[in-house]
Write a protein that binds this ligand. Structure first.
Ligand SMILES: Nc1ncnc2c1ncn2[C@@H]1O[C@H](COP(=O)(O)OP(=O)(O)O)[C@@H](O)[C@H]1O
Ligand SMILES: O=C(CO)[C@H](O)[C@H](O)COP(=O)(O)O
Length: 542
């Protein structure tokens, strides 16, 4: 039951596999209720739903109907679970995976909702992990280097095939009729805000990290676009324009129709969207520079803020005020982490392990964690590269692939599983060293995301980094970070906040657990990491 006069905010975290929601007491960040909506169509690969249309390799799509069903399912569930009335909700914040983009008509109707386009894969949402636009990214990088385009420096010297412009250029190259019908090419986070408020916006976070927009220079000019492809020169001005609004700023309030459908009022302020990883920073209680937040899920992102801008190769993006206002936000990433472990479980575990797990009432993750925890660092004699879905940071090349060396006839599945986990930790260490060499020292590490429930994995990360890793107090820190942006959009007058630092201090509890490095293990990993670096430098130049 609600406490009289308590005000609440809602955080919506649209991850790769599901929409997670929190109802939060705005005065202290207490998590009153939680709800999850697994996407009905999940990640679309292989075949387009309800058709026989086959998708090529490296394609990854989603159905925007799942996103609508997401908030329409979880928000009423929150109110019901908390037994509160909608009148006490003052704000909503939304974080979304990015660059997850869709083509729509001028009124926001997704092209894949229209019968005439539904069978064309280019009419659907291109999920952040859609890597089929690598040739377009290669062309953009090559031309930008030749023309000394200023935007390249803001992406560490190379943009990813995951970003918006390669994906739009792929549509232009492969589906002219879809490109012609595209009035808006919009981030899914901004599209959801649009559906809720009727107001179109482009959040400064995704525009900066994924859309080639910079505070200093705006979007790349039409000359550059025309040099890419003559008919492409108006691509950005035609489809990606819209007011650039920083996360935490109010875009609008719920429309009457949406408010009624959700059981909320039309007074509810909706913040500009942000990227899921970036919401994890305030959600972990970080509001100042020099602290790296690792958001560890299907993929991983490593976020850190600095007082001033440093330009060097290897980061995925730098945006002024991109994470929180007043600082430069750096983003790094690993395109596959949890995905690697899911792939291993689905493809490389013998049936005896499934039978053992079933007979003991364990999940496969738990069984593998138990067996792999029994191995000492280095005992598996294996070294791996974590590139099953390419390398985002620091090499920015989606064509790279995974490597495991050291197999013997004695190699067991748990040894391989542990080597894959160690490889993702080495990949994170390479990112940390690149940032500290190019920018400023990192004095604290925080982690959140689905992988933090694997304590063996978290201990390996602490041992490989040689640094303590603090685990977020919240079970859903990304959604909590989104709720903070909802409180900022509502503002102090409505019971929220006007200052992000105050919101973080009031709404976030101290870390739930700290994994501290085991010195002996760290010493062993120092040697194994040298082998990782040799593989990294040898195979990283594909
Ligand atoms: N115990 C575990 N150990 C390792 N990986 C796990 C474990 N549990 C889930 N995963 C992986 O975590 C990923 C989901 O992460 P999560 O943060 O929950 O979702 P999302 O990436 O959609 O935000 C999946 O790739 C899954 O394979
Ligand atoms: O590139 C991104 C952030 O900048 C994607 O949003 C992120 O990699 C996807 O996160 P998750 O794997 O946890 O869904």
């Amino acid at each position: 039951m609600s406490v009289p006069n308590t005000k609440y905010v809602i955080g919506l975290d649209y991850g790769t596999e599901s929409c997670r929601a929190l109802l939060v007491d705005v005065t202290n960040g207490a998590e009153i209720a939680a709800a999850v909506y697994p996407y009905r169509h999940g990640v679309i690969t292989g075949v387009l739903p309800e058709t026989e249309v086959e998708l090529k390799k490296d394609w990854a799509l989603q159905d925007p109907a799942d996103y609508l069903e997401g908030f329409k399912t979880v928000i009423p569930q929150l109110l019901q679970k908390a037994e509160i009335s909608g009148e006490s909700v003052i704000g909503i914040g939304i974080d979304f995976t990015a660059c997850t983009v869709l083509p729509t008509l001028a009124d926001g109707t997704p092209l894949c909702f229209l019968e005439r386009y539904r069978k064309n894969p280019h009419a659907w949402v291109k999920l952040w992990k859609h890597h089929a636009a690598q040739p377009e990214a290669d062309q953009i990088n090559q031309l930008a280097m030749e023309r000394h385009e200023p935007f390249l420096a803001y992406y560490g010297g190379k943009i990813s095939s995951e970003w918006a412009l390669p994906k739009l250029l792929q549509i232009f190259n492969e589906a002219p009729e879809i490109y012609k019908a595209t009035a808006r090419f919009i981030e899914a986070g901004d599209w959801i805000v649009w559906q809720m408020t009727g107001q179109e916006s482009r959040n400064a976070c995704a525009a900066g990290y994924k859309g080639l927009w910079t505070h200093e220079n705006g979007y790349p000019g039409s000359e550059f676009l025309a040099a890419l492809k003559p008919g492409f020169k108006a691509a950005i001005t035609d489809t990606m324009q819209g007011p650039i609004i920083a996360p935490g700023r109010k875009v609008g309030t719920l429309t009457r129709k949406v408010a009624k459908e959700l059981g909320l009022t039309t007074e509810v302020a909706v913040s500009a969207a942000t990227i899921d990883a970036h919401a994890g920073v305030p959600g972990c209680g970080v509001g100042s520079p020099g602290k790296m937040v690792m958001i560890m899920g299907t993929s991983s992102c490593q976020m850190v803020m600095t007082k001033r801008a440093h330009f060097f190769n290897g980061f995925a993006g730098i945006v002024k005020d991109g994470i929180l206002p007043g600082y430069y936000g750096y983003e790094y990433g690993q395109s596959a982490v949890g995905d690697i472990f899911a792939w291993f479980i689905e493809n490389a575990v013998p049936y005896q392990y499934y039978r053992e797990a079933e007979s003991r009432g364990l999940g496969l993750y738990a069984l593998l964690e138990e067996k792999a925890a029994g191995l000492m660092p280095g005992e598996n004699d294996l070294v791996a590269l974590d590139w099953q879905n390419g390398n985002r940071s620091i090499l920015m090349n989606a064509n790279l692939r995974g490597v495991v060396i050291g197999y013997s006839l004695r190699t067991k599945p748990e040894a391989i599983y542990r080597a894959l986990i160690e490889a993702t930790a080495f990949g994170t260490r390479k990112i940390v060293e690149t940032h500290e060499n190019g920018a400023e020292p990192i004095d604290e590490f925080f982690a959140c995301g689905g992988l933090t429930k694997n304590h063996m994995l978290m201990q390996i990360y602490a041992d490989v980094l040689g640094r303590p890793v603090k685990i977020a107090s919240s079970a859903q820190p990304v959604a909590l970070g989104a709720a903070i942006f909802g409180a900022l959009a509502a503002g102090n007058a409505a019971g929220g906040y006007d200052n992000s630092m105050e919101a973080v201090q009031k709404m976030i509890q101290p870390a739930a657990r700290i994994f501290t490095p085991n010195e002996r293990n760290h010493h062993i990993y120092q040697n194994v990491y040298q082998h990782y670096l040799k593989l990294h430098d040898y195979f990283g130049v594909l």
